[in-house]
Design a protein around this ligand. Structure first.
Ligand SMILES: Cc1cc2nc3c(=O)[nH]c(=O)nc-3n(C[C@H](O)[C@H](O)[C@H](O)COP(=O)(O)OP(=O)(O)OC[C@H]3O[C@@H](n4cnc5c(N)ncnc54)[C@H](O)[C@@H]3O)c2cc1C
Length: 385
């Protein structure tokens, strides 16, 4: 269906990331950050100093406009090398969104944050009563004297307490159909009426996840991002990229676990022989590797086709469902191969197991990936009959 071989630039980029990570020797530091729920500031500063965070950004902001496939390769590599989940500076997704929908002033604000190595914004669509069901969103935008006033409650906002802005979805209550009634607003999180409360969670400890309450938060009408009442459709475009990038993390984390566990199988001696000589362990190693190859190829295939302009909603839903589960199975098998050590907090598998589990839930759960793809698949098959 497609041909894929890395360009010389891509190969050099991945080599340079390997050298960067080897030089920094961050593994003990990442462990400490995870245990203490700290942002890995020291490693992020090194990454920013080396200029890697600029690569996905547009040239006019000093970036390299790295293409989607290269971004996916870079993301896979960083997580394969053990970077903590969701804590990598420089977001292709946020730049993609704001360039697609934001005006120049909004682009300067968000991309300005990215240039400084900070998260451009936290995405605000989930609400306590509106998780998978976006149509249940109730945050309200009221318009008065040239101002927009927001009231509502957003939840599970990644990085809200360390980010300047929220890309907030609100209902206009102009029409009954909720999908044709939502708009995006860029909300400064230091505005009066915003209250941010962190939510303790199982993993992804290097970045906070928060609830954000909005009580009479008054903004200029210029805070609207894109078209009024088109927010849901803008979100759908966002989802394609967000889901794809989350799949790249799944692949990277699975590879990280595989590398550690397969090497351990070749060293750990029990009953006078390495456990890697037992067929039941070999079977796990082979199955892990098959899943990694399938995930990696499927992810790059989707990235490449998206880059050619193909509509990828359905395939990326399938990819997210597959890589979320397969990566977790790989990491879980890695824990099993490592035995008791794999279950200790001293071993990186502990963090990967907790962090990657979240990727089966956010940006669309694996059940919702069925909901968003199966009807289309069946319709397409029926149309060919
Ligand atoms: C670590 C983390 C970070 C997050 N970051 C953000 C963020 O930055 N911004 C943001 O807006 N949100 C964020 N989220 C929220 C995330 O997108 C939601 O948790 C997710 O969409 C699921 O919604 P929910 O938790 O309300 O579960 P629910 O929608 O209540 O679902 C509960 C269960 O029911 C299943 N289910 C629901 N509907 C159906 C259906 N129709 N068919 C079959 N099964 C169904 C789900 O798959 C799930 O298993 C984050 C979540 C986490 C855990």
């Amino acid at each position: 269906m497609y041909e894929f071989s890395m360009t010389e630039e891509q190969e050099l980029l991945l080599e340079s990331l390997e050298e960067f990570m080897a030089r920094g020797n961050y593994m003990e530091y990442f462990k400490e950050c995870d245990h203490e729920h700290k942002y890995p500031e020291k490693a992020c500063n090194d990454y920013i100093e080396a200029g890697y965070h600029l690569l996905p950004l547009p040239e006019e902001y000093g970036g390299d406009e790295l293409d989607l496939v290269s971004n996916v390769l870079m993301t896979m590599k960083m997580y394969e090398l053990g970077w903590p989940a969701l804590a990598l500076p420089g977001s292709f997704l946020q730049v993609d969104n704001i360039l697609a929908y934001g005006n120049k002033e909004q682009q300067d604000k968000v991309i300005g944050e990215a240039v400084a190595g900070r998260k451009g914004y936290t995405l605000g669509f989930t609400e306590p009563q509106a998780g998978s069901d976006n149509s249940a969103m109730a945050t309200r935008a009221t318009h008065k004297d040239g101002k927009v006033i927001l009231n509502g409650c957003k939840t599970f906002n990644t990085g809200a307490s360390v980010t300047k802005y929220m890309m907030c979805m609100a209902r206009e209550y102009e029409v009954d159909n909720p999908y044709k009634d939502m708009s995006w607003y860029l909300v400064p999180l230091d505005a009066p009426g915003v209250k941010i409360t962190p939510i303790p969670k199982v993993g992804c400890h290097c970045i906070p996840t928060c609830e954000v309450r909005l009580d009479d938060v008054e903004l200029d009408e210029g805070a609207l991002v894109g078209k009024k009442c088109m927010g849901f459709y803008q979100l759908m475009k966002n989802f394609e990229t967000e889901r794809l990038m989350s799949c790249a993390v799944n692949v990277g984390e699975a590879k990280c676990a595989y590398n550690v566990a397969a090497a351990y199988a070749g060293q750990r001696v029990q009953f006078g022989d390495i456990i890697g000589n037992k067929q039941i362990i070999q079977e796990k190693v082979c199955d892990m590797r098959i899943k990694i190859l399938a995930m990696e190829n499927f992810t790059l295939n989707c990235a490449w086709r998206k880059m050619q302009g193909e509509k990828m909603g359905v395939d990326i839903s399938l990819l997210k469902r597959y890589t979320g589960k397969a990566a977790f199975e790989v990491i879980d098998d890695a824990m099993q191969i490592m035995g008791g050590i794999g279950y200790t907090q001293d071993c990186i598998i502990d963090r990967l197991w907790r962090d990657q589990r979240g990727f089966r839930i956010f940006a669309g759960s694996e059940e919702i990936m069925v909901h968003s793809s199966a009807r289309q698949l069946i319709k397409e098959a029926a149309a060919k009959k």
